[in-house]
Design a protein around this ligand. Structure first.
Ligand code: LHQ
Length: 259
């Protein structure tokens, strides 16, 4: 695709593939615009219940396309971040569907941030995460300073961000940055199986769970208990909850409709 994004929909699962393999799927303006548009369309599409984000070739994403920055007409970094990176990060977080990062290779700079913003991360055994910002005299961005301490704790986050040493797949698994590591050739199959499990669950409950997990970072226990009760009140009144109970009693798989 000219913009470097491949969008595939199969049943209730959308797969977004960053597709500029010769540049390790580095992010250009057209690719960022296409990614935001795809996420926005998916967010509004109730037929899509889970999303996979991955990269073509040997990389997940090498972050900002540095060749593009050579053009003196490009926007200053802060402007570029606010205009094109932040909307993507916010879209990943705010969409009701869970997003799985299938990290097939190196994830560097803002490419790592993209993976951090997803709800779940699976990695190929060849994957590695590089907080490459420091090497080019920049600071972590696109949410990296916010996501990383929450995912791996302050100490690991500081080491990754300050030293910039690559974290390989096994280390990423050990520190909780990814939840599964599989051989590269089965990564997409594994991601797809996870997406299918998510797509088979009650969409309203999945969306509420995604947002409750995110929201819990910034509220105290009493507020979290209250939010859970509020969400459970809504879920408990849903047709999908009734269907789940019927399916349990009848010993059959539930057929959730999102109602
Ligand atoms: C690339 C890139 C790339 C273009 C590899 N761009 N071509 C946000 C707001 C606005 C602006 C500023 O930044 C940000 C946030 C950021 O993302 S800053 C961080 C930007 N990313 C980086 O600094 C990573 C740069 N790349 C690397 O350090 C290495 O390429 C990694 C560690 C990712 C992979 O290393 P290798 O596996 O050894 O591959 P390679 O370096 O040989 O790269 C292969 C090709 O991909 C090569 O092109 P060539 O024509 O020589 O085959 C690279 O030039 C190209 N490439 N990253 N970001």
């Amino acid at each position: 695709m000219a913009d470097g994004l491949l969008v595939q929909t199969d049943g209730a699962i959308a797969t977004l593939t960053l597709d500029r393999p010769a540049a390790l799927n580095a992010l250009t303006v057209p690719l960022k615009l296409a990614l935001l548009e795809a996420l926005t369309l998916i967010a509004a599409d109730r037929a899509i219940r889970a999303v996979i984000l991955t990269g073509a070739g040997r990389a997940f994403c090498a972050g900002q396309d540095l060749a593009e920055r050579d053009d003196p007409a490009t926007a200053p970094l802060d402007v570029e971040l606010r205009a094109r990176y932040h909307p993507i990060i916010r879209a990943l977080r705010s969409m009701d569907q869970p997003v799985i990062a299938a990290v097939n290779g190196v994830a560097a700079g803002a490419g790592a941030s993209l993976a951090f913003a997803c709800d779940l991360r699976l990695a190929a055994d060849t994957a590695r995460f590089v907080l490459a910002f420091g090497r080019i005299g920049l600071v972590p961005d696109s949410g990296a300073t916010w996501f990383l301490p929450r995912l791996v704790g302050a100490a690991r986050a500081s080491e990754m961000a300050l030293l910039g040493d690559p974290v390989d797949a096994q280390e990423a698994l050990r520190i909780g940055l990814v939840t599964r590591v599989v051989p590269g050739e089965v990564l997409l199959r594994e991601a797809r199986a996870m997406a299918e499990a998510l797509a088979a669950a009650a969409p309203g409950a999945i969306a509420a769970t995604k947002h409750a997990l995110q929201g819990a970072w910034s509220i105290d226990l009493d507020a979290a208990l209250e939010e859970e009760a509020r969400l459970q009140g809504i879920a408990g009144a849903s047709a999908d909850h009734a269907e789940g109970l019927s399916a349990f009693r009848e010993k059959r798989p539930p057929r959730f409709t999102g109602e």
